[in-house]
Design a protein around this ligand. Structure first.
Ligand code: FNR
Length: 189
């Protein structure tokens, strides 16, 4: 089963983006395994901090290195994505020559209470996620308008159309990782 490093762009406990990630996590069953990266302690990028690299930075790079793919789940903040995700992206491109994102299968999804479902924020984020060298899945897009009635008290999806849509996305992402992922055992061949 493909293991995914999940970066949620919201730090708040009640985040709807975290809820979307967890709903997909539940729905995925044995198709994808999610490993959530804690971004709450990540400092702003500062080259000087590499002299004694922060634990949060090393953990971030380790999780990306140890997983088969990465998933960004982003809110839209002022028609862009939150700064914490830019810091995470910048940190993991360094030290020079050790870019953790390179060739890593990736996807960007997100949600907002608004009708366009964080589409503009996702567009901006996709440009950067692609620029750092990931193998970014372009389709299907997940511009998800968050409505509480789509989920039950446990956070599981209850709306059948939503379930079908998210199940389709899970299958496509699993297939994308299988097709584009370069795992260590493949490199040794
Ligand atoms: C927002 N929100 C928002 N929503 C949107 O659809 N487009 C936008 O440009 C913005 N801009 C924005 C800026 C800032 C600073 C905040 C705090 C919020 C609303 C946002 O979608 C909503 O608060 C979500 O609940 C944020 O996601 P999480 O934290 O629930 O995952």
């Amino acid at each position: 089963m493909a293991k995914i490093a999940v970066l949620v762009g919201s730090l708040r406990q009640d985040s709807i983006n975290r809820k979307l990630a967890q709903a997909i996590d539940t729905l995925a069953g044995d198709r994808l395994e999610f490993d959530y990266v804690d971004l709450s302690q990540l400092p702003h990028y500062n080259e000087e901090l590499w002299a004694d690299a922060p634990r949060s930075v090393l953990d971030l790079k380790q999780k990306i290195d140890d997983t088969d793919g990465v998933l960004f789940v982003t809110p839209e903040f002022n028609r862009s994505y939150p700064g914490i995700l830019k810091d995470a992206i910048d940190w993991a491109t360094r030290p020079w020559g050790d870019n953790s994102w390179l060739n890593k299968p990736a996807a960007v999804i997100g949600t907002s209470p608004g009708a366009i479902g964080a589409a503009v924020g996702q567009r901006e984020l996709k440009t950067i996620v692609s620029a750092v060298g990931t193998a970014l899945m372009a389709q299907p897009e997940v511009y998800f308008q968050f409505k509480p009635e789509l989920f039950d008290d446990t956070g599981a999806v209850v709306n059948p159309d939503t379930e079908t849509f998210l199940n389709g996305w899970i299958d496509r992402f699993a297939e994308w990782i299988n097709r584009t992922g370069v795992r260590p055992e493949k490199l040794e061949v």
